[in-house]
Design a protein around this ligand. Structure first.
Ligand code: PLP
Length: 492
């Protein structure tokens, strides 16, 4: 299958798009087409999680055989502790408003990023074998991508990984996961700046063609299309499960007077997604092009550039502030470029024009009618995060992390936020993107209980290894060159 860049160029396979990360024109790759799955729902609903991953990825990457995809998927999800890889927890059951939490934090680093990055790690391992080459992964993290990417390639001798994170702005537990691996192919860099600075440096290093060729640079940020597609699978998996359950309910309740039952229609699935870089929600939303009908709500924290855009049509640059949900302390969501591409009818010239104005003038206005009708938005203050963690614990005895709390806050705020004027019967699914044990202080403050995960506890005994650097592209480039031996100065 061809993969097109949001800025106009294209490549003729998934693996080429995967290996490039960022397109040469600076744009982000997307599949040229999205196969419709609606006549296969029943059979797909029978698959295990790794089997569904293999089916799904093979649609876009037939250059890797189905058998090989099966092996890659099986290996990638083998360390997940939930029986179904994901875990769907029902908080509330009412005839018209079921409320679920989709736990996506049972992977090695206890955040949803493991879903994509375990698979990406396996893909890099495959590629380095097939092409007999080595890779240098360069990535930026607001907390969870870095550790998930590192755990995806740990002990893989053909990959070196450099991860930048904003110094002092990520949770202590997140920093431990990034800095304590003791693995000689891992190079953590604490940047004196914000995540947006780190992300900018990554983009600049990728655009430096000579350098990126020399080090065989590789992407783990959600600019990489492999991450977006890998994440689509859990939306599909849960959609198919809920659809199946709903059909069984319908069959059992033919006498019910519930309108939705009489009309024989499935309640609509609505996903509520804590959002930073807009990657997770994009992964779900593209399924609309594959025959899946569902709605979406994205929840930002106080870094609300996208929420403001959704409500006013003004897309304006703002600096990021630190919040209780650090993995979402992002104001320039790189994946929003993919959304712009769809909003403007897959026209790369329009994308370039909008981004050109945005970069030159720090703001651009976007026609509100282009914003997809099935995505609504919400932004959540730190105070509301605290109230939500407490509320969810008091009402349901269920502990959520501060990112998941942003989504939770967006559901309970029924009046102004989600679904106020709608007649639709929803099954609401909150995406739980991290384990509460990654953010014990704030969770303990709100619930009186400290969430503990032995896997995280044992990191506290280990030695932290990292370097501190200015948020300057040249400084990072020099450091990478030193570590790779292009300059003989030694790293640590
Ligand atoms: C990365 C992250 C998010 C934001 O996801 P995006 O794909 O960047 O929108 C939300 N919650 C947690 C815990 C994360 O690690």
């Amino acid at each position: 299958m061809n993969f097109v860049s949001t800025r106009g160029s294209e490549v003729d396979s998934f693996l080429k798009a995967f290996n490039k990360g960022l397109a040469e024109d600076g744009g982000l790759f997307l599949p040229e087409s999205f196969p419709n799955l609606s006549d296969r729902f029943d059979s797909l609903a029978e698959l295990t999680y790794p089997e569904l991953v293999a089916e799904f990825m093979h649609l876009f990457a037939p250059e890797i055989s189905k058998d090989e995809w099966s092996a890659l998927a099986k290996k990638s999800y083998s360390e997940f502790s939930a029986q179904d890889t994901v875990n769907l927890h029902q908080l509330r059951s009412t005839p018209s408003r079921d409320l679920y939490v989709l736990e996506l934090f049972h992977g090695p680093t206890r955040a949803f990023k493991d879903f994509a990055l375990q698979l990406v790690g396996s893909l890099y391992e495959r590629e380095s074998k097939v092409n007999n080459s080595t890779y240098t992964i360069v990535g930026a993290t607001s907390g969870d991508t870095g550790s998930a990417a590192i755990y995806g390639v740990i002990q893989n001798p053909s990959v070196k990984i450099f991860i930048m994170y904003p110094d002092g702005k990520i949770a202590h537990e997140q920093e431990l996961q990034i800095t304590t691996t003791g693995s000689s192919n891992v190079f953590p860099i604490a940047i004196e700046g914000t995540f947006d600075d780190a992300q900018r440096i990554v983009k600049e290093l990728f655009s430096d063609t000579a350098f990126s060729k020399q080090i065989h640079i590789a992407a783990v940020n959600s600019i990489n299309i492999a991450r977006i597609l890998a994440q689509s699978v859990y939306y599909l998996y849960i959609y198919l499960k809920l659809r199946k359950g709903d059909q069984e309910n319908l069959a059992n309740q033919v006498d019910s007077v519930e309108e939705n039952v009489l009309s024989g229609q499935m309640n609509k699935v609505r996903f509520i997604i804590p959002t930073g870089n807009f990657g997770n929600i994009l992964s779900g939303w593209i399924l609309n092009r594959m025959g899946i009908e569902c709605d979406f709500v994205f929840a930002t924290n106080e870094n609300n550039v996208l929420d403001v855009l959704w409500k006013t049509g003004i897309y304006a640059k703002k600096g990021a502030v630190s919040t209780h949900a650090p993995s979402m302390d992002i104001q320039q969501a790189s994946n929003f470029e993919r959304m712009l591409y769809f909003m403007y009818g897959e026209n790369p010239e329009k994308v370039k024009e909008i981004l050109g104005t945005f970069n030159a003038e720090s703001a651009v206005s976007i026609d509100l009618s282009l914003i997809p009708k099935n995505i609504t938005s919400h932004s959540v203050s730190d105070l509301e995060i605290e109230q939500s963690i407490k509320d969810c614990f008091d009402k349901y005895g269920y502990v959520i992390d501060p990112h998941t709390a942003c989504a939770y806050a967006s559901v309970s705020d029924g009046e102004s936020g989600v679904g106020s004027s709608s007649e639709i019967e929803y099954m609401d699914v909150i995406l739980a993107t991290a384990s509460p044990a990654k953010f014990p202080e704030i969770v303990e403050k709100c619930t009186g209980q400290k969430p503990i995960d032995p896997a995280i506890e044992q990191l506290k005994e280990r030695k932290k290894v990292y370097v501190k650097k200015e948020a300057k592209t040249e400084a990072i480039k020099g450091y990478i060159e030193e570590c790779l031996g292009f300059k003989d100065m030694g790293c640590f």
